[in-house]
Write a protein that binds this ligand. Structure first.
Ligand code: BEZ
Length: 200
């Protein structure tokens, strides 16, 4: 399998944490891919018409995107460990995944605004508005039952990891001590250690 990859992307990290948890990381060839909010990377278009990462090419040549689809595909190869098959457990895990992904969407919009948009072109209230969504999402995440290991908890871990990576002064641990305590154990997992974003 081949994965369009960038070590700074939290959605790529989600896929790779799943791969490590499922014992599949060694079967994935990583194709490092530059991405930018303004310059579409045309080389990606064969795998993903949206020109976004992650995109996976399976051993059968099928192309899969985005991260929820790739993660569920990997899980199916490993016999269904991270995606509960049915019932309340499944909906809870999928809701937690959607919550983490939504927080990440808001954080990445903030990141692009701060790091990529020239200061004179920024518009008032954008970053604050997105950050408010991220913070409300985190407050909801704190109320979730994050025991066990599912796609929901993998996504929550990668979400908090991205906050630490790109927003180190956010102060989420002070606002959410329960999440902070939970993350201590998650951060130390071999799958999280193996997929840490680069420094800087
Ligand atoms: C980042 O550098 O924060 C980033 C890179 C790729 C995708 C999303 C975010």
């Amino acid at each position: 399998m081949k994965l369009r990859h960038n070590p700074a992307s939290p959605f790529v990290r989600k896929v790779m944490v799943c791969a490590h948890e499922l014992g599949l990381a060694g079967r994935i060839e990583l194709l490092n891919t530059a991405v930018s909010p303004v310059e579409a990377n045309a080389t990606l278009a064969d795998e993903n018409p949206l020109m976004k990462i992650p995109a996976l090419v399976t051993d059968d040549g099928e192309v899969l995107f985005d991260s929820p689809v790739i993660c569920e595909y990997l899980d199916s190869l490993a016999g269904g460990k991270l995606f509960p098959a049915s019932g309340k457990a499944r909906w809870t895990a999928l809701r937690q995944q959607a919550l983490g992904d939504g927080i990440l969407d808001a954080l990445i919009l903030c990141r692009y605004e701060i790091a990529a948009r020239p200061e004179e072109k920024r518009f008032d209230g954008w970053t604050e508005g997105q950050m408010k969504k991220a913070h409300q999402g985190l407050a909801a995440l704190e109320q979730e039952d994050l025991s066990g290991r599912t796609i929901g908890t993998v996504t929550a871990g990668c979400t908090l990891g991205y906050l630490d990576f790109r927003f180190p002064n956010d102060g989420w641990r002070t606002r959410h001590p329960k999440l902070a305590e939970w993350y201590k154990g998650v951060e130390a997992l071999p799958s999280m250690q193996a997929t840490k974003p680069p420094a800087g």
